[in-house]
Design a protein around this ligand. Structure first.
Ligand SMILES: [Zn+2]
Length: 300
């Protein structure tokens, strides 16, 4: 789908939303609920304004367009590339745990691709299309546990439907009809600058900045599924420390759309009591018998 068609779809979805808006908003579910020891916002009921099938289809087409453009430019790494194999193997372990946070994920058509680019970034579109840029692997020297923490985080944004909810909310207020570009990045949950490197969409999209609450949810839900998949949740702390250290020297794409900083690490640390036992169980041991987490670089 080209951008014009996509914009039309977004506009159309937005306008469709306005009519049925008020009753849905009035029935909005409770503010938060606790699942698996993690406080989350229940999946918004306003999200039904953005039909999942159409959303996932639009995302799939956008993803395919991005990846075929990357391929034409020779920057889409092949399935035989060791880093592509590594990403796909990690995804394969995490994905079975996704439906506990969103039942429809059991039907998603998951894909994982790696684009050769200096960008320090990764994303997961609605419907399970995952993209990594090689810069995040190389400049942060991510271990498997840390890749799983990034991947879990991005998958969690899609599972908790942060982009979809934003789109539905915008359609409620009618803003959606006016700022189609912002909604497009809302749908895909990615920084449009990312796509700018492999496609020429940059000028047409605005930056979607996740809220602090959405970041907190993505961190904890992401580490829940990566822990269940057998990846050490303490990698989440190392990951954000590495990110912060690198971010001091150079602006990072991922940090510009995923705010948080120190409160993020404190939140993750305060949930180790629920996360570590999940991971320990996959290793046939208990949390207090786990050796200390060691990453591959010196961190303060
Ligand atoms: Zn995020």
């Amino acid at each position: 789908m080209n951008m014009k068609k996509l914009k039309q779809l977004v506009l159309c979805l937005s306008l469709a939303g306005i009519a049925g808006a008020v009753p849905v908003a009035a029935q909005e579910a409770p503010q938060t609920e606790v699942q698996d020891g993690i406080r989350v916002k229940p999946l918004s009921r306003t999200r039904v304004l953005v039909p999942e099938e159409q959303l996932n289809q639009a995302a799939a087409q956008q993803y395919t367009a991005m990846m075929s453009e990357a391929q034409q430019k020779g920057v889409l790494l092949p399935a035989s590339h060791p880093e592509v194999k590594r990403l796909r193997a990690i995804a394969q372990r995490i994905i079975p745990h996704a439906p506990r946070w969103n039942q429809s994920a059991a039907q998603w058509q998951w894909q994982v691709n790696l684009v050769q680019s200096e960008q320090v970034n990764a994303f997961c579109m609605p419907g399970g299309r995952i993209g990594f840029f090689s810069g995040i692997l190389t400049s942060l020297k991510l271990t498997d546990d840390e890749v799983a923490a990034v991947m879990g985080h991005e998958i969690a944004h899609a599972l908790r439907e942060h982009g979809r909810e934003r789109m539905a909310k915008s359609s409620l207020t009618g803003i959606g009809a006016r700022v189609g570009g912002a909604l497009i990045s809302g749908i895909f949950g990615i920084d449009p600058n990312i796509t700018g490197t492999v496609a020429n969409y940059a000028g047409q999209m605005l930056v979607l900045k996740f809220s602090r609450d959405e970041e907190r949810e993505a961190d904890l839900v992401g580490l829940d599924i990566s822990s269940r998949a057998g990846y050490d949740p303490r990698a989440g702390i190392a990951l954000w420390r590495k990110m912060a250290a690198l971010g001091k020297r150079t602006p990072l794409e991922l940090l510009s759309t995923h705010p948080g900083g120190e409160t993020r690490i404190a939140d993750i640390e305060s949930h180790m009591n629920v996360l570590l036992p999940l991971y320990a169980r996959t290793k046939g041991t208990s949390a207090n018998k786990l050796p200390p987490y060691r990453t591959n670089v010196a961190l303060r």
